[in-house]
Design a protein. Structure first.
Length: 267
């Protein structure tokens, strides 16, 4: 009788877990300081350099995992590792494992490039230096779809965009680029943080200093919006026939330092 009861309990638990995964695929979730985090949208990106990015967003928070490559193995976080994890809370505060944190991300079977789906789990300690620390455990991602940085669905992202904000890598969840008639406006966003770059729609490849008429760069974190006091936008390529523009940027606002910025988008 005891064996029958035990078997029934196991079947019930397994069925419950299976239904939970099915109801939330693609799924990304975990525990942050013993509080439950679950993304309502998750996706991955296989970049040109071979690195792999997984992100989950729930409207107010963003979880980002970055691996140096797409291979089913265990990736260590912290120190000088090129792998990292970040978490952006509802107030726009960003915690990172780079370089003071620690942890691991495991990319597991049946993850394959051919299927375009990623499976795995993670745990880490991430830091806001001198301010706070968070502990993430019981993390997993399941059937997270991914594409490469150039071929992402245009309804999702207009292209690639990355920058450092006060030394912490900013990987936006969404990237849009539009021609407003006078300007090309590129907007990169996570749950709370936005970076906007705007250039004239007839801009030619060159270096442009900020502030300058027709050129703007702004940072917003949900509570503040700050424009560049100084900085540079470098347009590397602009093809008006295919509406493709590529460049780099760096700028300073009243409270933020944005560096190592890169964009490659279609508007």
């Amino acid at each position: 009788m005891k064996q029958i009861i035990t078997l029934l309990l196991l079947v019930t638990v397994f069925t419950s877990c299976e239904e939970n995964i099915q109801d939330n695929t693609p799924a990304m979730q975990g525990s942050i300081n013993e509080e439950f985090f679950r993304a309502n949208d998750s996706r991955g990106t296989l970049n040109e350099d071979g690195s792999f990015l997984i992100q989950g967003i729930n409207g107010v928070e963003t979880m980002t995992l970055r691996l140096r490559e797409f291979r089913r193995t265990t990736y260590q976080l912290g120190g000088n590792s090129s792998n990292y994890a970040t978490f952006e809370d509802k107030n726009g505060n960003v915690y990172s494992t780079d370089p003071l944190g620690s942890g691991e991300i495991v990319l597991r079977s049946p993850s394959t490039v051919e299927s375009g789906l990623a499976y795995g789990d993670f745990k880490f300690m991430a830091v806001r230096p001198g301010i706070d620390t968070i502990f993430v455990d019981k993390g997993f991602f399941f059937e997270v779809p991914f594409g490469n940085g150039e071929d992402d669905d245009d309804t999702v992202n207009a292209g690639s965009f990355v920058a450092d904000i006060d030394g912490v890598t900013f990987n936006p969840f969404t990237v849009s680029a539009v021609d407003t008639g006078n300007s090309i406006v590129i907007l990169a966003s996570t749950s709370n943080i936005n970076i906007t770059i705007s250039v004239p729609n007839d801009v030619t490849p060159a270096n442009y200093s900020l502030p300058m008429t027709g050129f703007t760069a702004t940072y917003a974190d949900g509570t503040i919006t700050e424009s560049a006091n100084s900085g540079t936008i470098i347009v590397l390529e602009h093809d008006t026939a295919t509406n493709e523009i590529k460049g780099t940027f760096a700028f300073e606002t009243d409270s933020k330092s944005i560096s190592l910025g890169q964009f490659n988008v279609v508007y």
